[in-house]
Design a protein around this ligand. Structure first.
Ligand SMILES: *[C@@H]1O[C@H](CO)[C@@H](O)[C@H](O)[C@H]1NC(C)=O
Ligand SMILES: *[C@@H]1O[C@H](CO)[C@@H](O)[C@H](O)[C@H]1NC(C)=O
Length: 240
């Protein structure tokens, strides 16, 4: 009887300790949900806080007066996305940290992304993607959302970078109140700027490209450790 209690206390202590290990805890929270807004021809993006091998997201374009969620992603000018006249929606761009840096840099000559984890060929009103099975190696994973429309757009997004945990349900937002009786003509037309850079070419990354590079790094790390062990062994032997 007494032993059973001891076992329960030990198991509980073990799990409570696990919970408090900072990296595990932070990883638990590498999941985001909210309402974002992107001005015309600009980009919004979010990255995993931890290195991860997993991404699972749901993006849905919404029309609402609700204000965007605070501290949810980052808005940047970015590169001017291609225009798709007559096709409504937003473009999603899944990539690693290097890829997002290039994507949002108007001076960049090219960028790279995972086409099978993105909706980047055509604007989409809704886009769901999951990397399952996950990548072999971990890295910072990012998602960009670009607005190819000539008006501001809003979207709800839920994203999980933690394998085994699905993205939380999308935020429900009240639809925009439209006034059909009195359509007020808009006096301030958005003035398009002429100094927007051209779209750089976007290259597809194969799913394995990234993993191979990462596992090579791991192999180099392993070789280094073996090398250091060998060196210290020689050192110890010489000293004897
Ligand atoms: C709709 O239009 C009417 C008449 O112009 C105005 O009184 C009302 O406030 C408007 N409602 C909204 C939601 O804009
Ligand atoms: C991002 O992916 C590209 C292409 O696969 C690769 O060359 C680059 O090293 C990766 N960067 C990081 C930080 O993982």
């Amino acid at each position: 009887m007494k032993n059973n209690y001891l076992v329960i206390i030990f198991v509980l202590t073990f799990f409570l300790t696990l919970q408090n290990i900072p990296t595990l805890k932070a990883q638990q929270y590498d999941i985001y949900t909210g309402l974002g807004a992107v001005p015309s021809s600009q980009t919004w993006y979010i990255c995993s806080k931890q290195e991860t091998n997993y991404i699972n997201y749901v993006m849905k374009v919404v029309d609402t007066d609700q204000l965007p969620t605070q501290n949810f992603g980052t808005n940047v000018q970015g590169n001017h996305p291609l225009q798709y006249p007559g096709i409504l929606g937003l473009l999603t761009y899944a990539t690693n940290f290097t890829g997002i840096q290039l994507f949002i840099d108007p001076q960049a000559k090219f960028s790279i992304y995972w086409s099978d984890l993105s909706c980047f060929d055509f604007p989409a009103l809704e886009c769901n993607r999951e990397k399952n099975p996950p990548f072999d190696a971990k890295t910072i994973i990012c998602l960009g959302v670009s607005n190819p429309q000539d008006t501001d757009q809003k979207f709800v997004l839920s994203i999980s970078f933690v394998y085994g945990i699905p993205p939380p349900p999308l935020l429900t937002v009240p639809p925009k109140q439209t006034n059909t009786s009195s359509i007020v003509p808009s006096t301030s037309n958005p003035t398009p700027t002429n100094d927007v850079p051209d779209n750089p070419p976007y290259f597809y990354a194969t799913n394995n490209g990234l993993s191979i590079i990462m596992s090579n790094i791991n192999n180099i790390g392993l070789l280094l450790i073996i090398f250091v062990i060998l060196l210290s062994t020689i050192f110890i032997l010489n000293n004897n």
